[in-house]
Design a protein around this ligand. Sequence first.
Ligand code: C5P
Length: 223
Amino acid sequence: SNGHPLAGRRVLMTVGSTREAIDPVRFIGNRSSGKMGYALAEALRACGAQVMLIAGPTSVPAPVEMMRVDVESALQMRVAVMVQVYTCDLFIATAAVADYRPEAPVDGKIKKTEATMTLTLVRNPDILAEVAALPKPPFTVGFAAETDDLEHYARDKLEAKQLSMIAANRVGDGPGGFESDKNALICLWPGGGRRELPMMSKPALATALADLIAERYAAQSAG
Ligand code: C5P
């Protein structure tokens, strides 16, 4: 794919979920199969990009022969991203990062002696926002999964985190979303840019999204 805007570009991606330890055997986590992230990684590779994955736990296998660093928690994911981010051209955050982590993971397995227990949680760092706030940020792409007011929240997130692009999908009702094989996206970028990618299989959607990322990356690089 000579002449493709993503040919030879370095793409750093977070994929999967994160697990926040409560004790050595228990964690707080969230639903993310990693399907969309891995499909997008494959589609970007097909565009000639050099893809590096920072991967939390996923329920689907990673693409073969793709560079990958495996992590568990949000803090580990953040460190792995910051090690690689200065040499990447694009940063794409598909991971479902836990918003909170237990303040102090317990060393030994917690026993069920008490009738109730209280966990104190603290906010995790926002990896995507931190990357986008770097002095010379890469082209940043975020995702927004929302149940209501999809476009409104996505536009807010695009602006709050100062992203180059955001891809929003509806979750909770009907087809699409985390465990589903199909999805649809509304993509937004600064200056009122908007493109709808209709409901289709995750691989087909990944290809359409990779094409749009390439288009927007080229447009931004051109000034
Ligand atoms: O604000 P919200 O969590 O909805 O934003 C989602 C986007 O931000 C996703 O692209 C996700 O990968 C990224 N994110 C992150 N670090 C966090 C939380 C979200 O990189 N701690």
